[in-house]
Design a protein around this ligand. Structure first.
Ligand SMILES: Cc1cc2nc3c(=O)[nH]c(=O)nc-3n(C[C@H](O)[C@H](O)[C@H](O)COP(=O)(O)OP(=O)(O)OC[C@H]3O[C@@H](n4cnc5c(N)ncnc54)[C@H](O)[C@@H]3O)c2cc1C
Length: 223
């Protein structure tokens, strides 16, 4: 994967994530007027460009649609982050042992295809703080943390993997079938694509109850 924060392109552009053959590029606006762009492609672990990562991005994405080539052109090579992505295919047996708990990527590293790694880490922290409280038995609190978080994060890891496999397709017939399916589903209703996030984006912190359609915290919600 490659990531960069860059100046916004001169021309307006729609935020997008574009899937190609075994590669993707996404461009999202940032609040401060700049853009965040990310890219992914299948490559050998540890591989780095012999020249620099800007040249590598130009080779891989230089002929993609606007605003991709312009963003690469406007980016300094040293501003480009390149990282290999690893994910934990098999869940850990528990997120705690003794007095120690794991959270975030250490507990459930996942493909970034759903943009959930950081979000799940935040949820972990909230749930851990909910269960491990002064006066409560630590072992029981950590066991409750594992019981709450392990099944949920394992499911998100699996879901991110499925999207990753779709994104990584390279064979022309498989890519054509995927693109046709995605276009058809989008045409049937944009909301259908967002259904991927059912059960993920509707998470609520433990102890908080919300009236439908509001973001107000319930009385007594822990901060
Ligand atoms: C391309 C890409 C796009 C992503 N997009 C999204 C997204 O849109 N939304 C989202 O929610 N998530 C996203 N993620 C995932 C997200 O970045 C991670 O899930 C998140 O950073 C995990 O946080 P963490 O604190 O668990 O681990 P890390 O962010 O890896 O933090 C661990 C820290 O510990 C430090 N460390 C390691 N060893 C030691 C040591 N021995 N002593 C002291 N410090 C040490 C490391 O240097 C690091 O700073 C993306 C990831 C990638 C690669």
């Amino acid at each position: 994967t490659w990531r960069v924060v860059a100046p916004a392109p001169d021309r307006p552009f729609p935020p997008h994530e574009t899937w190609g053959r075994g590669a993707l590029w996404g461009t999202q606006p940032l609040k401060d007027g700049r853009i965040y762009a990310y890219a992914a492609a299948t490559a050998p672990a540890g591989a780095r460009a012999a020249d620099d990562e800007k040249a590598e991005l130009l080779r891989r994405f230089g002929d993609w649609h606007d605003p991709v080539p312009g963003i690469i052109a406007a980016t300094a090579p040293e501003e480009i982050l390149r990282n290999d992505v690893y994910r934990m295919a098999d869940p850990l047996p528990a997120f705690h042992r003794g007095r120690t708990a794991l959270l975030g990527d250490a507990a459930h590293a996942m493909a970034p295809t759903l943009g959930q790694g950081g979000n799940q880490a935040i949820e972990d922290g909230i749930v851990l703080a909910h269960h491990v409280t002064p006066g409560r038995d630590l072992g029981a609190g950590l066991a409750a943390y594992t019981a709450d978080r392990l099944p949920r994060t394992a499911a998100v890891v699996r879901k991110a993997d499925r999207v990753s496999r779709l994104m990584s397709l390279t064979g022309a017939p498989a890519v054509a079938a995927r693109d046709f399916l995605m276009a058809t589903v989008s045409r049937l209703g944009p909301g259908l694509v967002l259904r991927t996030f059912d059960g993920i984006a509707d998470w609520r912190p433990p102890g908080a109850t919300y009236a439908a359609g509001t973001t107000e915290e319930a009385p007594g919600t822990r901060r």
